[in-house]
Design a protein around this ligand. Sequence first.
Ligand SMILES: Nc1nc2c(ncn2[C@@H]2O[C@H](COP(=O)(O)OP(=O)(O)O)[C@@H](O)[C@H]2O)c(=O)[nH]1
Ligand SMILES: [Mg+2]
Length: 223
Amino acid sequence: MTMFVVFIGPAGSGKTSLVKAYGDWIEENLYLRIARVNLDPGVSVLPYTPVFDIRTIYTLQDVMKTYGLGPNGAFIKAGELIVEKLDEIMKHEPFRNVFEWDMILVDTPGQMEAFILRPSSNQFFERLSKYGNVIGVFVIDASAINNYVDALVLWFLSILTQVKLNITTIPVINKIDHARNLLYAKTIIENPEEALEIIKKQSIEGIISDIAPELAALAIKTI
Ligand SMILES: Nc1nc2c(ncn2[C@@H]2O[C@H](COP(=O)(O)OP(=O)(O)O)[C@@H](O)[C@H]2O)c(=O)[nH]1
Ligand SMILES: [Mg+2]
């Protein structure tokens, strides 16, 4: 069965670059048939050649002009349009003949909150799951992590995304050449119980000291 791998994450976390690099790596090493899909109407240049590109139907500029919106409103509207135009989108490759591909890598809009965190994403993923297995890759920018709590918050965001979309979502630490200190993310992923103990011992002031260990404990339950 074809697998859809959907790249999700905050703007600038490296989703588009990873779709290119991961797809190339799979093609070269595993010889699988890879299709790339761009769902970001606002991107200007893509480093890969998409089999389907939402910009062939509308661009962010089109949406801004047609609906008289600014960039943020247009990103929200563009997410809703994906669902409104779903039947039309599904008539295009690679959706039309999904069985011709082993893996379809889906690049999502730069503004995660305008698509993933809204109802339109659920409708989109429900439809996608009729065509193949769908998994999410939650891309975390390593340079955004400066301590254990930063790592925990981003990990938790990945878990919330999984809950929201109802698809298995794997947190991936990206841009490791830009990491401030890889130890925080590494410990959270490889040994979350140890990270939980460290967070508990840190004498952090405020609400974080009560909530962070509980978030960590909840996150560990989902592994
Ligand atoms: N240093 C470094 N920069 C990266 C890496 N991956 C992406 N970038 C840069 O981060 C910026 C945002 O990347 P992009 O793939 O467009 O992120 P997106 O908004 O999540 O799709 C671009 O300038 C990329 O060149 C990486 O692994 N290391
Ligand atoms: Mg992008």
